[in-house]
Ligand binder design. Sequence first.
Ligand code: NAP
Ligand code: MG
Length: 479
Amino acid sequence: MSINCQTCLIDGEWCSASDEAVVPVLCPSDGMQFTSISSGGAQEIDKAVRAARNAFDHGQWSTLTATERGRLLYRLSTAIAENGDRLAQLEAQDTGKPMKQARADMVATARYFEYYGAAADKVHGETIPYLNGYQVQVIREPFGVTGHIIPWNYPAQMFGRTLAPALAMGNAVVLKPAEDACMVPIALGKLATEIGFPPGAINIVTGIGAVAGAALAEHPGVDFLSFTGSPEVGVLVQCAAAKRHIGCTLELGGKSPQILFADANLDAAIPVLCNAIVQNGGQTCSAGSRVLIQASIYDQVVERLATAFTQLTAGGSEEDTELGGLISARQQKRVQGFIDRATAPVIARGQISEKASDTGFFVAPALFGPVDEQCELAREEVFGPVLSCMTFDDESDAIRIANDTDYGLVAGVWTDNASIQMRMAKALRVGQVFLNGFGAGAGIELPFGGVGKSGHGREKGFAALHEFSTLKTIIQNHG
Ligand code: NAP
Ligand code: MG
């Protein structure tokens, strides 16, 4: 076991917490500690925010053109791709996800920096016709210092998703990764420093959410906050933002439905339905956790899903099973609690690999149905490999059930009827709708975010560049 406690990146230097406090880091595949991280606190956050402010106001970062910033992002993308295998190994060890998933995550992370690197000098303002003798320009400016709090489910991808657009726009950033998944964000911070990001442009403070996260959310030097995680902590972050009159984006998960009409192509749909709930062990904000099935095909769909579920296996990350261990013993207990309390019949369970360690944080996938619309399984985000099957009669019934949730992130609609597709797409209260498909979060190019308890603001695509910047209107009286 190596002890690596210099895990905070502040003003280009790696350091430990001022009180030398550390947090153990466990591997979910066997539950064993393999290293430690610094438990940074208010002092480290304060230094990091000051470093970012200096970088933004006076440092080398502030002198770069948009094209030069873009080139740096692009170089980081290349470095991530070149180090993809090493980073994927580390991600799998730290989060328990199968190597196949970890490799895919590194490809996506590199793509974030490629996309936003290329976009950095393509965001521009506009002029507006106004009174005679006036010239009006609307320019887009960075906020200054942006604070980013990310969860443990996709630490590498989240690093790219939230930091790349903020940096492309010229902000200087302070990141608080989740204490359960810091290793790859730290490694990415090292790569960024090596390829030439100037001191203070990217700062990272590892530590506990209620301490380091809260200190970042409340710091008066932060100009904008980006948070992904639970609705409960989202409320705290938004309150902290409101107290200082700054903006924030919140991405808080979901209870996303996949809706199968009687004509759905089941050969295409069944594998997608399974993958959408077992990918990353179901620990995905956009997991397809509810399947709404038109009554006439309910038995047929459930039978096919049951067959597929019994073949799903959870195992150690090196086994490359369909899913790995969950992130922590706490999360394993939480998901198991939903399964134990379920009032709906269990249709099928997957299995835990015989090779899997007894001390790993595994939960066998579970398929339930028919699940009553009002029960816990139909309404709460489980954040684990648990799929709820429900029935509906007709289009309006499908819309009613799909929208009868506090959340609203993603939905999938399976039918070849183009009119139903478009009516459903318009009626569903979510941020993203798939027609005859479902891909957790989908491409980097596509705006993504929710409504209601799923949060607000849009990430990915050009929408994220707009979120991490603001408009200034310049009105010139030239006579
Ligand atoms: P969480 O507590 O909301 O964690 C998300 C991030 O917020 C982490 O970096 C966390 O740090 C930090 N944090 C925690 N308390 C904070 C505070 N008071 N102020 C500022 N930051 C704070 O989520 P969780 O406890 O890990 O997971 C609980 C549930 O949230 C999950 O079961 C799932 O339902 C949901 N969730 C959703 C997403 C998503 O992608 N939308 C991601 C993760 C979890 P630490 O981790 O160091 O505490
Ligand atoms: Mg937490």
